[in-house]
Write a protein that binds this ligand. Structure first.
Ligand code: FAD
Length: 275
């Protein structure tokens, strides 16, 4: 187990509005040497301190091949995220990490790869999608299935367009549509048939709200996927990020250290929790 770390100071260099409740912050360490040394695995997260408010886990949503800065895509849900949304370009934050295991993308080489995302779940998966995009010839067929509540919650529309242009099959759906919506309506699992997912030699990476992940895994198993083909990135309330505090444990596993990415095989061996 690593010793506890102190947060390093970092500066916000850009802020982009993604939706009415979601912003992406571009951040670099104030110490250029620390930024130069920085690297991460897609799916890993940082502990982000907003001074005077608290510290929260946030996934890195930028490319693992562009580490001159890092991006965090943050939904405003409560005390700390609300304070973060009030920050401006040039403001300072604290960073510890990167923590967690990330997606084992090396293991997925030569396989078809399917990203199933719900709402802000596309943020943690975006770094993995960028990694696959950068090395497309190493993978088979590529699918991105994105579901969100309404058209106003659609995340990264420019990226989604680019991924489609570059050979990913990108399908999206909304739970509730408005008069202008011409796309699919329904939860993300309704895209599984439409996408005609190949089961053989395929891995599926799922990230989103707990119920979306639960029903996605159930439906994927019905389609013939085995637990060893399915991976989910979990969000648990956590404090230390390093396996000390036990806030994020499920049975004998710590989400912060053994996860946040688990195969469905691992999940099947963990105790079932009440939602
Ligand atoms: C590994 C990991 C990666 C994450 N990545 C992202 C990300 O990329 N973008 C993003 O917007 N959010 C992400 N989250 C969730 C984010 O950490 C919480 O939204 C944040 O901690 C809420 O803090 P708050 O003070 O604003 O809200 P609070 O006022 O503490 O709570 C508001 C609501 O959020 C819930 N909540 C609080 N802490 C967490 C938590 N750690 N995880 C899940 N729910 C929580 C509370 O139960 C409550 O319902 C991630 C969480 C984990 C564990």
């Amino acid at each position: 187990m690593k010793a506890p770390e102190e947060p390093l100071q970092a500066e916000i260099t850009d802020i982009a509005d993604e939706t009415y409740d979601t912003k992406t912050f571009t951040v670099s360490y104030s110490d250029a040497k620390a930024q130069k040394k920085f690297s991460f695995v897609p799916g890993q997260f940082m502990m982000v301190s907003i001074f005077g408010y608290g510290e929260i886990p946030i996934s890195i949503s930028s490319s693992p091949y562009k580490t001159e800065s890092m991006r965090f895509t943050v939904v405003n849900v409560g005390n700390v995220t609300n304070a973060m949304h009030r920050l401006r370009k040039g403001d300072k934050i604290g960073l510890r990490g990167p923590y967690g295991n990330g997606f084992p993308l090396q293991k997925f080489r030569k396989k078809n790869i399917v990203f199933v995302t719900g709402g802000c779940g596309l943020a943690p998966l975006r770094s993995a999608i960028y990694a696959v995009q950068a090395k497309q010839s190493e993978f088979g067929k590529k699918f991105i299935l994105f579901g969100c509540r309404t058209p106003a919650n659609i995340l990264f529309p420019d990226d989604q367009k680019k991924w489609a242009e570059e050979g990913f099959a990108v399908l999206s759906t909304v739970d509730r549509c408005d008069a202008n919506w011409k796309g699919n309506t329904g939860v993300v699992t309704c895209l599984f048939d439409k996408a005609e997912l190949p089961v053989e030699n395929t891995v599926v990476l799922v990230c989103g709200p707990a119920s979306m992940m639960k029903f996605s895994l159930i439906e994927l198993r019905k389609k013939g996927f085995k637990n060893t083909q399915l991976y989910a990135s979990l969000e648990r309330v956590m404090q230390c990020g390093m396996g000390f505090c036990a806030h994020c444990n499920i049975g004998n596993k710590y989400t912060c250290v053994h996860g946040p990415v688990f195969s469905a095989k691992d999940l099947g061996e963990m105790p079932v929790e009440e939602e």
